[in-house]
Design a protein around this ligand. Structure first.
Ligand code: ZN
Length: 348
């Protein structure tokens, strides 16, 4: 029995290595493609020497989180009492799954206090001081590609960038002809942005902001939704400030990417031990989405029609020739290779 477990574990590890290698290959198709997670990981992911894919996290991954609310019964999206235990990570953080809308979230969630401390100074200096020009360029190109891909749904209009942190999505929006406004929770970050950009910029509690209703053609929210402890009032407010027919762009980590699914399975089988559930990134992510749950949630429980979801393949417009063909083919397979996904939804 022990021998067969060991063989199974070894086989799983070989498979995991194989798929990790595939991820590296995918990344080398376009080195900038390594910007697949979020800005906090970005600095740590890219090695200028070897272009290695490095899963080192920038957060306090070894400190046990201690500051939680009471466990929730009701799912914030569908508002049904259908949260059930689903998984846990190496620090003992519990993940729940809603049996009604299938959404996954941390339960119990972090306290407001904990999250407030976490997001004060969340954006690294390196992301804003121009000391990493290649990464800055890549980061901006990612957003340029997002805006470029949105052109098939609408002409550039007025956009609000939520979580505009390092400013690249503001810059990209301006270059693509959008009339740009930005919001970030952290005051210091926004003060720095104000010294660089002339557009209207807001900070503080998004829910308290006095924003004109029916005002925006696009709300752009890349790598933000997974951080929101109570996403319902945000999505409702976003709907109110969008013009009828306005678009919501959401980019999130994909918990159903091949890599994440495999790691979840390994964890549940007891084969990851110290690394169990690391892919949930629970030190700062509190919700865990995939294209299907984004579609189910936005269409079923909010007034949005989803126009498109999928692997975050928006980098395609930037790739030349055969690389584009190769990546397009890989992304067309019914496998979620990428660890991020996107959703474009239209306000009803
Ligand atoms: Zn639900």
């Amino acid at each position: 029995m022990t021998i067969s477990c060991a063989i199974f574990e070894a086989a799983c590890n070989v498979l995991a290595s194989f798929f990790s290698s595939l991820k590296v290959i995918m990344a080398t198709v376009n080195p900038m493609d390594r910007m697949i997670a979020h800005p906090m990981e970005l600095v740590k992911l890219v090695c200028p020497e070897c272009f290695g894919y490095n899963q080192v996290m920038a957060g306090p991954e070894t400190s046990p989180p201690v500051d939680f609310d009471s466990p929730l019964k009701q799912c914030p999206h569908c508002q049904k009492d259908s949260l059930q235990d689903y998984d846990l990570d190496y620090r003992g953080v519990k993940i729940a799954r809603c049996s009604t809308c299938s959404c996954k979230q941390m339960n119990p969630p972090y306290s407001d206090d904990y999250l407030q401390k976490l997001y004060a100074g969340y954006i690294h200096e390196e992301e804003m001081d121009g000391s990493e020009p290649e990464l800055d360029k890549a980061h901006k190109r990612l957003h340029l590609d997002h805006y470029e891909s949105l052109l098939k749904f609408q002409k550039p209009g007025k956009v609000l960038c939520i979580g505009c942190g390092n400013g690249f999505e503001l810059e990209a929006g301006m270059e693509k002809g959008y009339e740009v406004e930005g919001f970030d929770v952290d005051q210091n970050t926004v003060e720095t942005l104000k010294s660089k950009y002339q557009c209207p910029l807001y900070h503080g509690d998004f829910l308290e902001l006095e924003l004109t209703e029916n005002n925006y053609d696009l709300v752009y929210m890349d790598q933000v939704l997974e951080h929101l402890k109570d996403p319902r009032p945000y999505l409702e407010k976003i709907h109110r400030i969008l013009k009828p027919g306005g678009l919501l762009f959401i980019g999130v980590p994909n918990i159903h990417s091949f890599s994440s699914r495999f790691k979840t399975m390994q964890g549940k089988l007891g084969l990851r031990r110290k690394k169990r559930g690391r892919h949930y990134d629970t030190w700062h992510h509190v919700f865990y989405y995939c294209p299907q749950t984004l579609r189910t949630v936005l269409q079923g429980y909010y007034p949005f029609d989803v126009l498109e979801t999928g692997n975050d393949s928006f980098l395609l417009p930037s790739l030349p020739g055969w690389k584009k063909t190769l990546l397009r083919f890989a992304l067309s397979l019914p496998i979620h290779w990428r660890t991020t996904c996107y959703c474009v939804a239209k306000a009803r």
